[in-house]
Design a protein around this ligand. Structure first.
Ligand code: ADP
Length: 484
């Protein structure tokens, strides 16, 4: 799929992050009722490093009986301890988790990159600090819920079932666990099967923080383990982040039950560049929007709309910038694009690239030399793309950008909204009025102005249409964990 050439733009000396401070066990049980336990009947499976295909550890495939034990532990902890505790007391535990995460940040960052393939710069500077910040943020809310919901009587749901994806493993766990604890719920969480390690490490942090047993339970395994959580009669709320397909399945499974749910699903974000934008910054924003985390971001700017008058210039600069991106060892601090999370996902991306070529779009692929072992994809652009092309409609979840042009504001709003998704968009312009006008017309839950992929615990995140519903982050993120 890539034109492999010997030419290297940069000859940087490797700067690998040390792994000597990292302690990974050879196998992990399930974290239930405050302890790591072996499953009675569950098998073990390998979690591998996608950058070299080497086995890192063995993980437990939980059974239905294990999920049952975890839910009952969570229910007991809810009834006997957590629902009776004051917000101020709950807050102390959440603060402790935040502080321990900060102390162990380097260890978490290295393991996140080894298990998921993302560049260490990203796990070190984004995933782990943001995860800790989410715990700090919601710890602050735990004793102030009366101010968040004035004049209302509020109650937690009870047991929250939470299912996370593989693209931001620890961060997604933090997005879900922190507000659930702050509002007084107890938890059974399942991380994604390919990236469970940092969530299991978080279970150690939860032990260290002294949380009462059963308040947070972690069960690992594949999709069916998630389905057992979703369908469990004693689970009162489901929070899911993942594909739209599985989101629809969960939506159907919960129809007619009184379980509350939040679904954060796929996206096909539009990054829109006007001729009055600061072009160099915008090009950096495009690169950040789609090549950041190998395009494994549901809010990625995977569709680029460039105003026709600057199309040539933007393309030239974009191609040049792509040629400077370093693809390779996720643990190397120079790396911009790490490994694709799994062979399965690499196949999905390769299939879309073939579809794009068949549809007649023009392809440009970065000339990076890809490592032989592991799962890799060079940054890829498609131009001459139309609205009807599959690559401009469906989520690819890889470093692949579909580029279209436009002339007027009205035209680009129509084009950008012409998608079943509605998660994110970016607008690049010198004119604040244009930005505000557009942001009120674009159907996307998050809209960035002259930047992309910026997150803050105080800012709610979530989608429209097939990108799901409910919000995570900010005060809004509390609302989905309580009944009024
Ligand atoms: P992706 O296609 O990006 O891997 P998925 O939606 O399949 O995303 O996975 C997101 C999370 O949902 C993972 O933890 C996965 O194990 C879980 N999952 C997959 N299938 C189901 C299901 N039927 N019910 C509940 N959870 C599921």
């Amino acid at each position: 799929m890539t034109k492999k050439s010997k030419k290297k733009t940069w000859d940087l000396v490797p700067a690998p992050e040390s792994t000597s401070h990292v302690n990974i066990q050879s196998e992990y049980g399930l974290f239930i009722n405050g302890k790591f336990q072996k499953s009675k009947k569950g098998k073990m499976y390998d979690t591998i490093n996608p950058a070299n295909e080497k086995k890192i550890a063995k993980i437990t495939e939980a059974t239905k009986a294990d999920v049952d034990t975890a839910v009952l532990a969570a229910k007991k902890a809810y009834d006997n301890v957590w629902s009776k505790m004051t917000g101020a007391e709950r807050g102390k535990y959440i603060y402790r988790i935040a502080r321990i995460l900060q102390e162990r940040a380097r260890e978490f960052a290295v393991i996140e990159s080894m298990d998921g393939g993302k560049p260490i710069r990203e796990s070190r500077d984004i995933d782990i600090p943001l995860a800790a910040n989410h715990f700090f943020y919601y710890a602050g809310w735990a004793d102030k819920l009366d101010y968040a919901f004035p004049n209302q009587k509020i109650k937690p749901h009870g047991v929250a079932g939470q299912i996370t994806p593989w693209n931001f493993p620890l961060l997604m766990a933090a997005w879900k666990i922190a507000p659930a604890l702050a509002t007084g719920n107890t938890i059974v969480l399942k991380p994604a099967e390919t990236t469970s390690l940092t969530t299991l490490l978080l279970a150690e942090v939860i032990q260290e923080a002294g949380l009462p047993p059963g308040v947070v339970n972690i069960v690992t395994g594949h999709g069916p383990v998630g389905a057992h959580i979703v369908n469990h009669a004693k689970v009162n709320k489901i929070a899911f982040t993942g594909s739209t397909g599985v989101g629809k399945y969960i939506h159907n499974a919960l129809a007619g039950t009184d379980k509350s749910m939040t679904l954060e699903l796929g996206g096909k974000g539009a990054n829109i560049i006007f001729e009055d934008a600061a072009i160099d910054q915008a090009v950096e924003g495009i690169v950040n929007g789609i090549f950041f985390n190998q395009g494994h971001v549901c809010c990625a700017g995977s569709r680029l709309f460039v105003q026709e008058s600057i199309q040539k210039e933007v393309l030239k600069k974009l191609k040049h910038r792509i040629s400077t991106l370093i693809v390779g060892d996720p643990l190397d601090k120079n790396t911009d694009i790490g490994a694709i999370n799994s062979n399965k996902q690499l196949k999905v991306i390769k299939d879309y690239v073939k579809i794009g070529q068949k549809e007649g779009a023009d392809m440009y692929v970065g000339e990076q030399v890809l490592p032989k072992k592991g799962f890799w994809c060079a940054p890829t652009l498609f131009t001459n793309v139309s609205q009807s092309h599959i690559i401009s409609k469906e989520e690819i979840f890889g470093p692949v950008l579909a580029i279209q042009s436009f002339r007027t504001v009205a035209e680009v709003i129509k084009k950008a909204n012409n998608t079943p998704y509605g998660l994110s968009a970016g607008i690049w312009t010198d004119k604040g009025s244009k930005l505000f006008n557009m942001s009120s017309q674009l159907k996307a839950g998050v809209i960035w102005g002259n930047t992309f992929n910026k997150f803050d615990p105080g800012s709610p995140f979530g989608g429209y249409k097939e990108s799901g519903f409910g919000r995570e982050g900010g005060m809004h993120g509390l609302a989905d964990y309580i009944k009024t």
